[in-house]
Structure formats: structure tokens, C-alpha cells
Design a protein around this ligand. Structure first.
Ligand code: LMR
Length: 398
């Protein structure tokens, strides 16, 4: 039956973790996957999560959640993305369902897009998180790309981006990273977001925000929602994928939310019912435990402020490691500019290293990262930063 099945290509991100785990070297370093580590290189469970777990333990039955997920978790998620006092929440204009983290939220949206706007396409930034391409491909939505990253400056290609927005057909769908762009760590400034939003209005484009890192860009989830808030102020209807993998460290719990701002409550009810209809044959209903943790944290002022402190702590450690990596490279006398390490934000540094240089890091130094040159700063520690800098210097010397 299955003799014709060839092995699938390794995932460019999760395949790196597999290779890292298989390497017996004591020197090995994993700066591949975007998963936060403490300064000892250990996975972190936030104190607010531990406390929420204590409160949740034994407090509920294990019944199915509704197809759309936990109502309380959705309510809290919407406040986080759209603002505590959002008029759209009050007017019940947002169709929202709990989703299997950010991937699940994007996939639900892509399937919804295919089902209800079958002739539409999605514009995806160059570059983007590799799984975005898989998600819209499997949902059979044709993909176009738009300019985003400027390799020479290692910053934003704002002119190219604006041109592509202008040149896309009226009413196109665009995938935007709300903050802490993955893989580049390059975000538009507030002023640039305003211009982008304006141009979206002119062209009547639909912005779909993937917000996988709310809190990781600036350390403050409110500030990191700024792009979304600008689009809302400007009167756009938006879609939004939220994930609690990174900002609450709930990676394996698959806790997330998909929301779509509609014209009115009637439309929102219809859209939500269709999203549930899409979820039902895929996984019936989403998992309970992560949703309970999220709603317990966000629904309790003391736990929420502990969470805010802890997200900021994670973001600050990464900022510190950016400085340390840049300074180490400079101390080694690297003739290259490493300014972008500290200019970029979020979990990743888009180093500018070539796939061949990355291969050398892996083969000669047991340093594991994606071949596009992305360094997960979350895996850099005071213990490995000098080793990493030295290896980068060795492979980038001309
Ligand atoms: C990443 O980009 O490393 C993370 O979002 C993890 C993943 O699933 O790819």
C-alpha cells in the first residue's frame, strides 16, 4: 500500500532540534528553535503558570470544551489583543475561537479563507516563518510574497514593502507579523505601521496578524499590540492569530486564539459558527488544560501582573544576550558590523550568515541553527555566548 511513500523533507526548524538531540558532543549549542531557555540553558516554566496549575489542579472535570474552545480564555485573549476596553469586544463584533496555538490559528484562518473566498490569495513577507508557507499551501490558498527585509541594511525594506502593498490587486489578503518578526527580528516603526495601515485602507486590503510574540518584542504586551491597535483605530477589519507558546512558555499546551473582526454581531456569530465547523472534523474541540492556565492567569490581577513581570524578565535576558554577543564579536576583532544584533528585536537575530557558514558552525562547532542564518537568541546564555561568538567569528572571517 505504501511502497511509493518517500520520506518527507526535514522541517527546517524542528529538524534542527532533531539533529541537535542526536549530537553527543558536550559542546553542542541549540540556537535553532524559538523556545526560551534560562541562563543555564534550561526550559522555563513561569511562576505564574505553576501557580495557575496549582489553582486549576482538581478544580474542574475533564469534559470536552465546546468546539470553539473556552469562552473565558477567548474573552481574556481578545482583551489582550484588542485592548481591555475595546469597543469591538463590547459590540460583540469579534468572531473568535480557541486554537491550537499560533499554527492552529493560522491554519483555521487559511481554511476559512479558502472556503469563503476561494479565489483569494495570501501575500506573505519575504522572508517569513517557514511554516507559514506550509500552512497556506496545505489550505490550498495561492501564495504571493511581498518585500520585507533589506539584506544590506539588515533592516526593513520599507520602500519595497510599500510598493508591493500598492501594487497588489485591490482587496488582497496580507499576512503581517504583529511584532518581533520571525525570522528577522525587524519590525516597522510606529510611524511606518501608520503608513502601512493607511495604504491598506487605500487598497482595501485585509490584514491578518500573526501575533506569536506579544510581550517578547518590548517586554510589554500592550506595546507589542501597537500595530494591531493602529489598524483598529484606522477602521480596518482584521484577523489575528494569538499564541501563548512563547509569552507564557506554554509551548506544548497548544494554547492560542483566532479572532476575526466582523461588520457586526450577526456576522460575527455566523463567522464563529463556520470556524467551529472547520475545527470539528480536524480535532473536534481544543485542549482544556492550557486554556485553563491562560484564563486563570489573565483573569486574576495578581497573577497577571506576575506574568507581565516574568515576560519582561524573559525579554530583558534576551536583550542582554544580544549585547553580550555583539560585544564578544567586537572584542574578537571581527571586521564586520554586528549592529543588527542589538537593533533587531524579539527572539531572533537574523545574522546575515550564509547557509554554508551555518553548515560550518554545525559541522565544526556543534552549533545548531536554521540555514537561513537565524539565531534563536533565547538559546544564548552567559555560559555559551563566548563560544558562539568565537565560532561565528571563525566562519565569517574572510
Ligand atoms: C520557531 O520559529 O522556531 C518557532 O516558532 C517554533 C516552530 O514551531 O517553528
Amino acid at each position: 500500500w505504501f511502497g511509493h511513500v518517500e520520506p518527507a523533507a526535514k522541517d527546517p526548524i524542528l529538524g534542527v532540534t532533531e539533529a541537535f538531540l542526536a549530537d553527543p558532543s558536550p559542546d553542542k549549542v541549540n540556537v535553532g528553535v524559538g523556545a526560551y531557555r534560562d541562563d543555564d540553558g534550561k526550559p522555563v516554566v513561569l511562576e505564574c503558570v505553576r501557580e495557575a496549575e496549582r489553582r486549576v489542579a482538581g478544580s474542574t472535570n475533564m469534559e470536552y470544551l465546546p468546539m470553539g474552545g473556552s469562552v473565558k480564555m477567548i474573552e481574556e485573549s481578545l482583551k489582550l489583543a484588542y485592548g481591555e476596553d475595546s469597543e469591538f469586544i463590547k459590540d460583540k463584533r469579534i468572531a473568535a475561537v480557541q486554537a491550537l496555538s499560533g499554527t492552529g490559528a493560522c491554519r483555521l484562518f487559511a481554511d476559512f479563507q479558502k472556503r469563503f473566498l476561494p479565489d483569494s490569495q495570501i501575500y506573505i513577507p519575504t522572508p517569513t516563518w517557514s511554516n507559514h508557507h506550509n500552512i497556506w499551501r496545505d489550505a490550498q490558498v495561492p501564495q504571493r510574497t511581498f518585500a520585507y527585509y533589506h539584506p544590506e541594511s539588515r533592516g526593513l525594506d520599507f520602500a519595497g514593502l510599500m510598493d508591493d502593498i500598492k501594487n497588489a490587486p485591490e482587496g488582497s489578503f496580507f499576512l503581517l507579523h504583529a511584532c518581533a518578526h520571525n525570522p528577522t527580528g525587524v519590525d516597522p516603526s510606529e510611524e511606518q505601521w501608520r503608513e502601512i495601515s493607511h495604504q491598506f485602507k487605500v487598497k482595501n486590503h485585509f490584514p491578518f496578524f500573526d501575533m506569536a510574540y506579544q510581550g517578547f518584542a518590548s517586554g510589554d504586551p500592550e506595546r507589542d499590540a501597537k500595530a494591531i491597535r493602529i489598524f483598529l483605530e484606522d477602521g480596518h477589519q482584521i484577523g489575528c492569530a494569538q499564541s501563548y507558546a512563547k509569552n507564557m512558555g506554554l509551548y506544548g499546551q497548544r494554547a492560542g486564539c483566532l479572532s476575526i473582526l466582523c461588520d457586526d454581531e450577526i456576522q460575527a456569530v455566523a463567522v464563529k459558527s463556520q470556524l467551529q465547523q472547520i475545527a470539528r472534523p480536524m480535532y473536534s474541540n481544543p485542549p482544556l488544560h492550557g486554556a485553563l492556565i491562560v484564563s486563570t492567569i489573565l483573569g486574576d490581577p495578581a497573577l497577571k501582573s506576575l506574568w507581565l513581570k516574568e515576560v519582561k524578565g524573559m525579554a530583558d535576558r534576551i536583550i542582554g544576550m544580544r549585547k553580550a554577543l555583539k560585544e564578544s564579536l567586537e572584542k574578537l576583532g571581527s571586521p564586520l558590523s554586528w549592529e543588527h544584533i542589538t537593533n533587531q528585536i524579539g527572539m531572533f537575530c537574523y545574522s546575515g550568515m550564509t547557509p554554508e557558514q551555518v553548515d560550518r558552525l554545525t559541522n565544526e562547532f556543534h552549533i545548531y541553527m536554521t540555514r537561513n542564518g537565524r539565531i534563536s537568541m533565547a538559546g544564548v546564555t552567559t555560559g555559551n555566548v563566548a563560544y558562539l561568538a568565537n565560532a561565528i567569528h571563525e566562519v565569517t572571517k574572510t
